[in-house]
Design a protein around this ligand. Structure first.
Ligand code: DGY
Length: 320
């Protein structure tokens, strides 16, 4: 019997490609070429399943052009803002994602950004690499202590809660803002704020962990940046769309924001050129979930979901 066709838009970790090739007529992408829409839809012809990721943009037009027999789109990500769910639903295509398995890795990356930004690791690394470092000096690259500071988490979901757990080891007082207060067992002692002003005023370090959608778009704007304590550290390992870049750049220039660490960008891989001109911003290329273990876990979770849909079952990781 012919095996179902699975088309992957990008190269996958070896263990995941091996599993895909074992179970499917797998159309993989060994050169990791980023396909233009027309090429992607041509290569996906006859596919029962499409495996995509956040660097793809599956808008309504692209989804309409996908093959008639397509049953499921799996994304190797917890976020699905790159997929037009409405268009997928209209065609009866299931969408599955990879919740939970990347929470620790993404929280680690957020914490890395907090430390790297506050302790000026990017500037220090560039100094050593440039060969311009002339030795220890009492005033060289003085940053800010992170331990004992108040950490504001915007979005106390799976990743936010992992970050809160890590922050406890740094003796940080955790504050959070979310659509509703969480039950005590999930709150884990974090302090809930039901308004932006009190939340932001408490956030000496602000880390964003909300999904990227029309509600959170440019949430961190000039008005909210003005509510932060002067010199606050701002970190984003969630979605670039959460930040009004012009406002954050202005905040960094004026000193209202002391340091920033960014892993995600509005319109990435394009990065607002204003950030590149600022030394006190740490810029990473969307590495939140980029560990070998996590990417294997993500690949297995997404394949589990695709397997389930094609077997006529309801997967645990169904988005819609
Ligand atoms: C996700 O899963 O949405 C992340 O952004 C990928 O690391």
């Amino acid at each position: 019997m012919a095996r179902p066709v699975l088309f992957s838009t990008r190269r996958l970790p070896p263990a995941i490609e091996a599993r895909a090739a074992r179970d499917y007529d797998a159309r993989l992408n060994p050169t990791d070429k980023q396909y233009a829409d027309a090429e992607l839809t041509r290569l996906a012809q006859d596919a029962d399943a499409v495996l995509c990721c956040p660097s793809d943009r599956l808008d309504a037009a692209l989804i309409r052009a996908l093959p008639a027999g397509l049953k499921v789109i799996g994304t190797i990500s917890v976020g699905y803002d790159h997929i037009d769910l409405e268009a997928a639903r209209a065609r009866g295509i299931a969408v599955v994602h990879t919740p939970d398995v990347l929470s620790v890795a993404t929280a680690e990356l957020a914490f890395l950004l907090i430390l790297a930004a506050a302790r000026r690791a990017g500037e220090g690394e560039r100094l050593v690499r440039s060969g311009r470092w002339t030795g220890w000096a009492p005033t060289l690259l003085l940053g800010e202590r992170v331990s004992g500071k108040r950490l504001g988490i915007f979005g106390l979901g799976r990743v936010g809660r992992e970050l809160a757990r890590m922050a406890a080891a740094f003796n940080m007082e955790v504050h959070y803002r979310d659509v509703a207060r969480l039950p005590a067992e999930l709150e884990g002692g974090a302090i809930w704020h039901d308004d932006d002003a009190s939340f932001l005023a408490a956030s000496e370090v602000l880390s964003l962990h909300a999904p990227g959608d029309h509600i959170t778009r440019k949430w961190l704007n000039a008005d909210r940046i003005a509510m932060l304590p002067r010199g606050a550290v701002v970190v984003n390992a969630a979605r670039g769309t959460l930040i009004d870049d012009e406002a954050l750049i202005a905040g960094l220039r004026s000193g209202q924001v002391g340091f920033a660490g960014l892993d995600v960008y509005d319109g990435e891989p394009a990065v607002h050129p204003g950030y590149r001109a600022l030394e006190h911003v740490v810029l990473l290329p969307h590495l939140g979930s980029a560990t070998v273990e996590t990417r294997d876990d993500m690949g297995n979770v997404v394949l589990d979901g695709i397997d389930a849909v094609l077997a006529g079952q309801r997967p645990a990781n169904l988005v819609s």
